[in-house]
Design a protein around this ligand. Structure first.
Ligand code: BGC
Length: 841
């Protein structure tokens, strides 16, 4: 378990809670002071052009007329989110705008949501994690994902959703990798656009985030991302551009700086790129507390997010920068009135576009069944079969015959499903079944399915024997209050490593032993947390603080796993694995907003568990519930490995369907899995990650992700685009032609196996010999997902967009064609190339 950093989700939540208790500003001021220290000038892309306020040219006549009739207070109420009557992030949603009822402009409500609609205490569909969605390589599923988000958002009273996240997976350790799509700009761009279309088709406004360069969580409030112009344009920005082209209503700027200037005050990014290069017509909001100055309004930021000073009862709740401070700046001329009008025009302009200025739009009823169906479909289609060996003459998966009816299932997430990652993307699901139950059901009544936790992440309740005074879980705390609700002692029988677990409902709890190593749990960010502490025999001081949501008591379970229990759990798992035909081991990691993973290894001794189980039973199938790449030192001893990611609330049945072959895996990796900690792009480069002197430098240039492995000749554990199937596909008859500004690649794909399956056909483009700028050895240029019955073949055409044939020219600050012949390869992964051709141009 990583140590918590000041910026971790729980601390952040505490800060939010505290700000409701009017104590938050101090902490935020500290954060902002550090950010402000980095606020300096620097050229991002091109010499800065003058950015005159263009209020007069933006917005429809109707919107301009409305803005002209607003009072100053009314205008100010649009440019910062408030808690609003629903209580803000503590209760429902993340922000509220009051609107102007006298002008027929309704209020606006926003919630978090890359992975489902996040409303504290309100159930919604917890969808599979975005890495799983991207792994489907299927735009239609991204649209279906967005449609669920859009429909549920509207049904649950929301107008704006803070998602999708489209930052590049650049740092394998990145805490939020699970929340975004890919290391590849094309996959991220297509997935983002398709999802946004789905979200907005339901009338919910999408917010693409975090613009830009938010690729690590370490020092996330202050770090400066130093990205050269070509890399920025070719790798990090394309997905934002694609989101803008897809019509995203809003853009959220990031905490970090880009090339010396905080993103939310970065006029090069917010005006030059977003407005001038891309023609964005929506509005820009800051990330939570990421507005740094009132004058950011003149640099392209339209709206402040972060309920720093807002009181629900204020007619015009204040904000740190875009409330009273902005009023003063308007008065003394530091900020021109036209800048405020422009921002309000942009926000009301999007409201008009989404029909919110017309007669009250009825909200649909929630369709939980549709949410469940889509969640299941995406979990099945995004799962990646990483390995499948032949055991006794048959593939290890799917499970059939005796191998499918005599199982030992091992692992905590088989019993307590790992639904999603932690942080602001955490959704309270309708319910999530245990994979163990789904496997038992699927195996049938005649089967033997044993269970052993192997590594128990919660253990058993601490009782009066260990705790003095005794502790019982339910607590009635003042809503929003900050209380120490337990102060006592924990008695430990012997020196050793003790796992202490906390499970909460109804708020947040923080546990401390001997005043150190706080353990946090909050039901809006995770439900359970556990941490291993080395304790000496004897008595230790144990205290717990808590905060309750306004509408219910806080309930807390306190558990532990002693060193003896941990050793017994491992022994029992190994013995049970040896006794079965098949061992299925579930392992998990903890991707989270707020901190990066300290290592790429599985936490909590799970590597030792898998190693021991594979030694006891060579027919071991590993199921990964992980958000991003992990190391697999035990890989060679396994029979099969299935990556289910964080599969959302329907993960249990999807896992069972895939293991038993009711569904055929067809997901492909959208990120490279490194073979070791030292064989990945950040290794040996602290300037890349976590950064040096507050700056992370993208010194690998355009060679992000698989491109780095290919350029350096480093073998990954699993390459980008990899994913097996229960059938096999044959590729033939490659033809490449130039079409207008782009190209078209034709290929025949045949299902040569005995079951129906889907294949993500991938087209890669080699470099142009006539361009001196850095180019990838192989860049993904097109892909399509083809569905084939056994024996069926299809001739598929993959259009290669003109942009794929271009590079960003830093001299002209523009896209240029990369002329001359280019090698075209078609494969089942970036390393499994089946056909090679040439594009002549
Ligand atoms: C996160 C955003 C999120 C916002 C509101 C921030 O800390 O970075 O992704 O939308 O909080 O919860």
């Amino acid at each position: 378990m990583p140590s918590r950093t000041p910026g971790d989700p729980i601390s952040r939540l505490r800060s939010r809670l505290r700000s409701r208790g009017r104590r938050g500003p101090r902490r935020a001021a500290r954060v902002l002071a550090v950010c402000a220290a980095l606020f300096c000038t620097g050229s991002l892309l091109t010499p800065a052009a003058g950015h005159a306020a263009e209020a007069a040219t933006e917005g429809s006549p109707r919107v301009r007329a409305l803005v002209a009739r607003m009072t100053l207070d009314e205008k100010l109420s649009f440019v910062h989110w408030t808690a609003g009557p629903t209580g803000g992030p503590l209760a429902r949603g993340v922000g509220y705008l009051p609107g102007v009822p006298r002008l027929g402009i309704p209020p606006l409500q926003a919630s978090d949501g890359p992975v489902g609609v996040r409303l504290n205490g309100v159930r919604a569909t917890a969808l599979p994690t975005p890495t799983a969605l991207a792994a489907t390589f299927d735009d239609s599923l991204a649209t279906a994902y967005g449609t669920v988000l859009g429909h549920e958002g509207r049904a649950l009273g929301q107008d704006v959703v803070l998602g999708p996240m489209v930052n590049t997976i650049r740092v394998p350790h990145g805490g939020r990798n699970f929340e975004t799509f890919s290391e590849d700009p094309l996959v991220t761009s297509r997935t983002a656009a398709a999802e946004i279309k789905g979200i907005q088709s339901q009338g919910l406004m999408a917010t693409v985030k975090h613009f830009a360069g938010n690729n690590q969580e370490t020092d996330r409030f202050t770090v400066d991302a130093s990205i050269d112009e070509q890399t920025l344009q070719e790798v990090e920005l394309p997905a934002f551009r694609s989101a803008v082209d897809a019509g995203a209503a809003a853009v959220m700027c990031s905490y970090n700086g880009v090339n010396g200037t905080p993103s939310c005050g970065n006029d090069q990014l917010l005006q030059k790129v977003l407005r001038e290069q891309w023609g964005f017509k929506g509005w820009v909001m800051s990330d939570w507390l990421a507005t740094h100055a009132t004058t950011d309004l003149t640099k392209g930021l339209d709206q402040e997010l972060g309920l720093e000073m807002g009181k629900p009862t204020d007619p015009v709740p204040d904000a740190r920068h875009f409330g009273a401070a902005l009023r003063a700046a308007l008065r003394d001329g530091t900020v021109p009135q036209a800048a405020l009008d422009r921002s309000v025009t942009r926000i009301v302009g999007q409201m008009e576009r989404f029909g919110l200025l017309d007669a009250a739009r009825p909200r649909p009823a929630r369709d939980a069944q549709a949410g469940r169906d889509t969640a299941r479909r995406i979990a099945e289609n995004g799962a990646v079969l990483l390995r499948n060996t032949t055991v006794a003459g048959r593939p290890a998966l799917p499970l059939t015959g005796p191998a499918g009816s005599d199982l030992t299932v091992i692992g905590d997430s088989a019993l307590r499903p790992k639904v999603s990652g932690l942080g602001s993307a955490h959704v309270v699901p309708d319910g999530a079944g245990a994979p163990l139950d789904a496997l038992r059901e699927r195996a049938g009544s005649g089967a033997t399915v044993r269970y052993e936790p192997g590594v128990d992440r919660l253990g058993t309740p601490l009782t009066a024997e260990q705790l003095s005074p005794a502790f019982t879980g339910g607590r009635q705390l003042d809503p929003g209050g900050d209380r120490t609700f337990y102060d006592g002692t924990l008695t430990v029988p012997a020196d050793g490593d003790y796992r202490i677990g906390l499970r909460v409902d109804g708020g947040l709890a923080v546990l401390q032993i001997d005043g150190q190593s706080p353990v946090y749990a909050a039901d809006s960010f995770s439900e359970t947390t556990s941490v291993v502490l080395r304790l000496t025999r004897g008595t230790h001081k144990l205290s717990m603080n808590g905060w309750a949501w306004p509408d219910r008591p806080l309930s807390v379970d306190l558990t532990w796993v002693t060193p003896e229990q941990a050793a017994r759990n491992l022994d029992r798992a190994v013995a049970a694995a040896a006794a079965a035909r098949t061992a299925v081991v579930f392992v998990q990691d903890e991707g989270s907003e707020g901190y990066d993973r300290p290592s790429l290894s599985l936490p909590d001794g799970q590597d030792e568990l898998v190693t021991a189980v594979t030694r006891a039973n060579p027919n071991t199938v590993v199921v990964l519930n992980t958000g991003s790449s992990v190391l697999m030192p035990w890989l060679a001893g396994t029979a099969a490995v299935l990556d289910m990611w964080y599969p959302g609330q329907e993960g249990a049945r999807a896992t069972a369907a895939l293991l038993y072959g009711d569904a055929n895996p067809s997901g492909k990796l959208t990120q490279t899995f490194p073979a070791s900690e030292s064989a990945q792009p950040m290794a040996g480069h602290p300037e890349r990650f976590p950064g040096v002197g507050g700056k992370q430098t993208y010194s690998e240039g355009v060679n992000v992700g698989h491109r780095w492995y290919e350029q350096q000749g480093v073998a990954p554990l699993f390459p980008f685009g990899h994913g097996l199937s229960y059938t096999t596909f044959d590729y033939r008859d490659l033809a490449v032609e130039r079409t207008g500004a782009g190209a078209a690649v034709h290929v025949t794909v045949r299902n040569t196996g005995s079951v129906a399956g889907k294949e993500a056909v991938q087209v890669y483009l080699g470099p142009s010999g006539l361009v001196s700028a850095p180019q990838a050895v192989r860049a993904l240029a097109a892909y399509t997902k083809v569905s084939l019955e056994p024996g069926e073949e299809k001739r598929v055409t993959l259009p290669v967009d003109a942009r794929r044939l271009q590079y960003w020219d830093t001299r002209g600050h523009a896209w240029q064609n990369a002329p001359g012949p280019r090698t075209v390869t078609v494969g089942s992964s970036s390393a499994d190339i089946r056909l090679t051709g040439r594009l002549n141009q």
